[in-house]
Design a protein around this ligand. Structure first.
Ligand SMILES: *Cc1c(COP(=O)(O)O)cnc(C)c1O
Length: 357
């Protein structure tokens, strides 16, 4: 099978080899060193300031989202949440669950965030801005410069879910003034699922210090205390942290984050050029390098997903809910090559020849 989904994605041979090894004991100086290296490389790739910190939570990306809400916000905050799809909706639900006052900017699926959406919230006493930089469900990549300028003007604390865009599109935590950056192990990090990574600005660290977290397992005060010695409070997903280490060093050795973004952008561009002539429309107004969301004009998106899986041995990414029949997505993250895309295009062309799309 070739995997063109948005996660879990394909891993490199070196990352996979770690998965076959025995899991080592981890309360050791050696494991602490590895964790310090992971922290250093995440900070480097996110361009976090020197006094920022990184924590590794055992749990998928959503655990990082909930951890951020529980540890940095209180009922005294007033948040703006961008809700452009199922991941934006998840932040809305988290704010409701944890009693954080908020207003949502609800966007039509596939539509970009514009200055006029933000204008109504200007100078209205908000404290926090919460956004999924890339709303993976619809493939909309928000304009972070626009958001950052708005947040700076209004002195807002910025929580940015970069789960599917970190390492696929540029993200400069320092230049943007972002306070919490969240990513996950199974997206562009191309490791198995199970670790959520959070980079925290000094402002975020201050908030964590003064906020009572009502969940011991996800309490960042405890995580940060342990991270001072390169450890986690609870047994982490040790193998995945070792795989993340191999992967981060791989990226570093191959020219760093910009080279990795360029590689991903090259694959996205290659695929987007090749689908011209197929009965697909690009669904999003503003694309990330991580994924191409497509609306097939002549067949059900879900039927296409099933045919590609069952008859051609490849996974594209189906959509759920309302968009099940109208949209599927093709990912560009993970260990993929142009020749993998040639095989996918051949399959689409074959379906077209058979009159199935
Ligand atoms: C994948 C993803 C998540 C988290 O999903 P998990 O299944 O919990 O890993 C959150 N936000 C975005 C934008 C994502 O793409």
């Amino acid at each position: 099978m070739i995997n063109f989904t948005v996660g879990p994605v394909q891993s490199s041979d070196a990352v996979r080899a770690i998965g076959a090894e025995q899991v080592p004991y981890f309360r050791t100086a050696e494991f602490s060193e590895l964790m310090f290296e992971n922290e250093r490389l995440i900070k480097k790739f996110a361009n976090a300031t020197e006094d920022s910190r990184v924590v590794f939570i055992t749990g998928s990306g959503s655990a990082g989202m909930e951890t951020a809400i529980m540890n940095t916000l209180t009922p005294k905050d007033k948040a703006i949440v961008v809700n452009g799809g199922s991941f934006g909706h998840r932040f809305v639900e988290l704010c409701e669950l944890h009693g954080i006052p908020f207003d949502e900017i609800k966007l039509q699926p596939g539509k970009a965030l514009k200055a006029e959406h933000l204008a109504v919230y200007e100078g209205k006493g908000y404290t926090t801005f919460i956004v999924n930089k890339h709303e993976t469900s619809t493939g909309v990549h928000y304009d972070m410069q626009l958001i950052s300028d708005f947040c700076k003007r209004n002195n807002l604390f910025q929580i940015v879910d970069c789960i599917s865009t970190f390492l696929a599109d540029p993200f400069d935590m320092t230049a943007l003034g972002a306070d919490v950056m969240i990513t996950g192990s199974q997206k562009a990090l191309a490791c198995p699922p199970g670790i959520s990574v959070m980079a925290l600005s000094p402002k975020a660290l201050n908030r964590i210090e003064s906020t009572k977290c009502c969940c011991q397992y996800l309490d960042l005060k405890i995580a940060l205390k342990n991270a001072e010695r390169g450890q986690t409070p609870w047994t982490p997903a040790v193998s995945i942290l070792r795989q993340i280490n191999v992967r981060l060093k791989e990226i570093d050795a191959n020219g760093g984050v910009n080279a990795e973004i360029k590689r991903t952008a090259g694959l996205a561009e290659y695929f987007r050029k090749k689908i011209k002539g197929l009965p697909f429309e690009i669904y999003s107004e503003s694309l990330s390098n991580a994924v191409t969301p497509l609306h097939p004009t002549t067949a059900s998106a879900y039927d296409i997903f099933l045919k590609i899986k069952d008859e051609y041995g490849m996974w594209i990414c189906p959509n759920g809910g309302d968009m099940k029949d109208s949209v599927f997505r093709v990912g560009h993250i993970g260990c993929l090559t142009k020749s993998d895309y040639d095989k996918l295009i051949d399959a689409f062309v074959d379906l077209k020849k058979k009159g199935l799309i």
